[in-house]
Design a protein around this ligand. Structure first.
Ligand code: NAD
Length: 348
């Protein structure tokens, strides 16, 4: 029996990635749609065989409560709408899968976690990279010290985003600029690979003066993170340069390179290992899995098996805490220390 999903928001990600992934899945299936555009929804419903009475407007969203075929609501709306739709969805008694970034503020993240707890439903943030085999292999290599002790990580996720009218350049809808949208991949993946939390950050922000895209949100952020093990991570993100989505892990006796690391397809993992005076370069093909299907199927397994997802709400809240510190550091022109995560707050 596949778990029934309602998908909220019929934008690029839903149409190009999520709906095709759902139609391939053996554990999850599309049963309902929520959209502000009845014409678009009619077309999509016909294409994917969604029943007419299972198509909801935003005004009718809360009526999902009465739809017994929907177990999970997947929220694929602009970031500034994630909190409201998560909270209302939880109150309708549905498990919530919410796109990244979780929300626009720590208060919103906390309210989402509280609402899901109160309604006794599960909350997962859609960090697809953590369900993807190449990045999982990197984590395994790091956790088993395959190349000795990790000293440093260098990560970048940037792209040239145009269309200043898009919601991504609107502070209320996006929360911020390149940092919460694409820089988040560097931050989240490094935490995932190292399995530890940064204790200090230091950051610079720059936006090209006069560029109409950056009147409300930032163009470029460069930041450093210090970890308790001594690892230092140097990260960069931008909305203003040609696509680059990569990271490198530098360790005692080798390096690990993911380039590209964050696109939906075509990820490449390469390692270099010292062998006497030579370096052994290896390309690791872990197979290409659909990231969205893996992520949704993980959540479906958690729902049917009553388990906590690998990337619960607390994971999104921790990223928000670190992004707040990055913005604070850039604003104040000095490093910002992060509170140690207490054992009782540990989420995996
Ligand atoms: P998009 O602009 O293509 O789609 C957004 C959808 O929200 C549209 O259907 C739009 O009509 C709807 N919407 C409802 N109210 C709106 C409003 N007030 N203003 C603007 N749009 C409104 O965006 P997208 O790229 O599909 O992104 C949606 C979410 O998915 C975002 O949170 C984004 O960060 C996330 N995302 C995640 C990944 C990933 O790899 N996990 C990739 C892309 C986007």
């Amino acid at each position: 029996q596949r778990v029934g999903f309602a998908v909220v928001g019929l934008g690029h990600l839903t149409l190009d990635e999520i709906l095709p992934a759902l139609s391939m899945s053996k554990k999850s299936k599309l049963v309902a749609l929520v959209s502000g555009s009845p014409e678009k929804m009619k077309k999509v419903a016909e294409q994917y065989g969604v029943r007419k009475e299972y198509c909801y407007s935003y005004a009718d969203y809360d009526k999902l409560r009465d739809n017994k075929d929907v177990q999970v609501i997947y929220i694929v709306l602009p970031n500034g709408m994630h909190a409201e739709y998560t909270i209302r969805g939880a109150q309708a008694g549905k498990h919530i899968l919410c796109e990244k970034p979780m929300a626009n503020s720590l208060a919103e993240c906390q309210a989402m976690i509280d609402a899901c707890k109160q309604a006794n439903v599960k909350l997962m943030i859609a960090y697809r990279i953590q369900y993807e085999p190449h990045n999982r292999k990197v984590r395994e290599m790091v956790q088993t010290n395959q190349f000795g002790k990790v000293k440093s990580i260098i990560a970048n996720n940037g792209q040239n985003s145009d269309n200043p009218k898009h919601w991504r350049f609107n502070k209320a809808l996006a929360g911020g600029g390149s940092l919460p949208d694409v820089g988040l991949y560097c931050l989240n993946t490094i935490r995932f690979v190292l399995a530890e939390e940064p204790t200090e950050v230091s950051a610079f922000i720059h936006s090209t003066p006069g560029d109409p895209r950056f009147t409300e949100v930032e163009e470029q952020v460069n930041w450093l993170m210090k970890f308790p093990s001594g690892v230092q991570a140097s990260c960069a993100t931008s909305y203003g340069h040609h696509d680059d989505k990569s990271y490198r892990v530098l360790a005692d006796t080798g390096w690990i390179k993911m380039d590209p690391a964050f696109p939906y397809q075509g990820l490449k993992l390469m390692t270099s290992q010292a062998q006497g005076k030579q370096n052994l370069i290896t390309e690791h093909d872990m197979g290409q899995k659909n990231h969205f299907m893996s992520e949704m199927d993980h959540f479906s397994t958690c729902v049917t098996g009553n388990k906590t997802p690998f990337t619960p709400g607390e994971e999104g809240l921790q990223d928000q805490r670190i992004m707040d510190a990055i913005y604070q550091s850039a604003r104040e022109g000095k490093p910002v220390k992060l509170a140690k995560i207490d054992k009782k707050d540990a989420f995996r």
